[in-house]
Design a protein around this ligand. Structure first.
Ligand code: NDP
Ligand SMILES: O=C1O[C@H](COP(=O)(O)O)[C@@H](O)[C@H](O)[C@H]1O
Length: 510
């Protein structure tokens, strides 16, 4: 699908221009209701409400016009909900308690009209209390719920909770991943939701797109002359996009076992990062132009080869009582993707993700080819590598060979280092959810996954996932706290990644 098919909402304050400009928020005048569905759950408590609190603290949510509603089946009072989330908000008791007063809880089921009619009544009362003219109010529904209930919840919202939008008001829906389990189920989900809402009303959130250094990727690539001529198959040997966690499934074993590491991390978070690393320059920064380019890259990915992936499961994973004893679910995977286009033919994109490994970090490693005609005989010391550390300790560093300081003419591996903590002292880096929720209020879909993008992403992984689901693949066992299965390192070497021995990047200290 091309950009022409996507309807843009009339009152999207920033969606169509390059960078959001703070002053443009002033044009949003109707009162704003933010409804967190699944308010009793883990994501709501740990991410959604804290993000809303931080936006409130920074003045992006004005208490004169915003009200927040929690909705779930659990029967609790407003104060019970406030007590559940208080501890996740911060230490400033006065602001925390003012924020909590903005929250009201409504209990109801996800598939019957009673609860949603009650919710609508509460929202309308809030809108009336703010003298918001009908048609100008804004309603943001955040589905912090398991995907199985998205269709009934969307039907109920459509039936009971829509507001008029004739004076610039809107109703928007934020949907959490996983968006389906394979191509068919994702398309099915998209079709059901698509019958109810326009694409411009749907915000499929992938929180990796809200991370500071992920948001920096397009600037880095397209605003710096350094990178333009180098960013291609002539110079780059391979690209790794890596996610590691040093803990296991931690109480989410039941959820995780149904999905596995490919659906939980690789098909969404890492693939989104790949798109931004590999896509061509968009015509402009309009969301549709960017998303058009992302779709093109995804559609250029070749089928995954049998000898280009390794699956793993950490020892002890099945001890979790919510995980079946015979579970085949991978907690680790390395998958090599090949992009069949002029820029990337022959360059392996290695996506690696694992739970219970030896460290917690997410990074992109762009490894350059060897310098031809090595007069310094320095090639064995390692290749140039450009590393973008997404977390923790956001940084970009470029591993390069320099003369060893001193009288001798010898070479050593060193780095050009842009560590954010040192370079941007005192500048807070916003949480991904904070930024993305603000985008939804502003109507900027740039950092959200479009329906055709989602389809193309599932097309890449569905054949492999089906083979895993059918029990055709047995993951290799690895020790918790290790690098993962040794076969994964062997695969890396086979596709051309050259590990630098004896060099470790040490984040600078203040
Ligand atoms: N937790 C996390 O860190 C992350 C979560 N996500 C995604 O966000 C969404 C919410 O996640 P999370 O908060 O962890 O999920 P939870 O399992 O905590 O579910 C959220 C709420 O949904 C209701 N619920 C749970 N199971 C069902 C069910 N089978 N049928 C109907 N309602 C149910 C419960 O509320 P009640 O019973 O009160 O109605 C629950 O409090 C999911 O799609 C998840 O994949 C994405 C990234 C990270
Ligand atoms: O979506 C998910 O992400 C988290 C990791 O997020 P991060 O921002 O801490 O890197 C992961 O733990 C979880 O399994 C997954 O569902």
């Amino acid at each position: 699908m091309g950009s022409g098919q996507w309807m843009v909402e009339r009152r999207s304050s920033f969606g169509n221009d390059s960078f959001p400009k703070e002053h443009e928020t002033a044009s949003e005048s109707g009162c704003l209701s933010i409804i967190v569905l699944g308010a009793s759950g883990d994501l709501a408590k740990k991410k959604t409400f804290p993000a809303l609190y931080h936006l409130y603290r920074q003045g992006f949510l004005d208490s004169n016009e915003v009200h927040i509603f929690g909705y779930a089946r659990t029967k609790i009072s407003d104060d019970d909900l406030r007590d559940r989330i208080r501890g996740y908000l911060g230490k400033d008791a006065e602001h925390v308690s003012k924020f909590l007063q903005l929250i009201k809880y409504v209990s109801g089921s996800y598939d019957s009209e009673d609860g949603f009619q009650l919710l609508d009544k509460e929202i309308s009362q809030h809108e009336e209390s703010k003298n918001s003219s009908e048609g100008s109010s804004r309603r943001l529904f955040y589905l912090a719920l398991p995907p199985s209930v998205y269709p009934p919840v969307c039907r109920m919202i459509k039936k009971c909770c829509m507001n008029n939008s004739d004076l610039g008001g809107w109703t928007r829906i934020v949907i959490e991943k996983p968006f389906g389990k394979d191509l068919e189920s994702a398309e099915n989900l998209s079709a059901q939701i698509g019958e109810l809402f326009e694409e411009a009303q749907l915000y499929r959130i992938d929180h990796y797109l809200g991370k500071e250094l992920v948001q920096n990727l397009l600037v880095l690539r397209f605003a710096n002359r350094f990178f333009l001529p180098l960013w291609n198959r002539d110079n780059i040997a391979n690209v790794q996009i890596v996610f590691r966690e040093d803990f296991g499934t931690e109480g989410r074993g039941g959820y995780f076992d149904e999905y596995g590491i490919i659906r939980d991390i690789i098909q969404n978070h890492l693939l989104q990062v790949l798109c931004l690393v590999a896509m061509e320059k968009p015509v402009s920064l309009k969301p549709e132009h960017i998303r058009d380019e992302k779709v093109k890259v995804l559609q250029s990915v070749l089928p995954i080869q049998d000898n280009e992936f390794v699956l793993g499961q950490y020892e002890g994973y099945r001890d979790d009582p919510t995980v079946p004893d015979q579970s085949n679910t991978p907690t680790f995977a390395t998958v090599v993707l090949r992009i069949h286009n002029e820029r990337w033919e022959g360059v392996p994109f290695i996506l690696k993700a694992g739970k219970a490994l030896n460290s917690r970090k997410a990074e992109i490693r762009v490894q350059f080819k060897d310098v031809p005609g090595d007069i310094f005989k320095c090639q064995k010391q390692g290749r140039n590598e450009f590393v973008i550390r997404l977390q923790p300790l956001e940084a970009m560093y470029m591993k390069l060979t320099v003369k060893q300081p001193g009288l001798e003419m010898s070479t050593v591996q060193s780095e050009l280092d842009l560590s954010y903590m040192q370079r941007y002292q005192g500048v807070p880096i916003p949480e991904a959810y904070e930024r993305l929720i603000l985008d939804t209020i502003r109507g900027d879909q740039q950092h959200f996954v479009r329906r055709d993008e989602l389809k193309a992403a599932w097309e890449i992984f569905t054949p492999l996932l089906h083979r895993i689901d059918n029990g055709e693949m047995k993951p290799k066992e690895y020790q918790p706290g290790s690098r993962g299965p040794v076969e994964a390192d062997e695969l890396l070497a086979k596709v051309g990644y050259v590990q630098t021995h004896g060099y470790i990047w040490i984040p600078p200290t203040l």
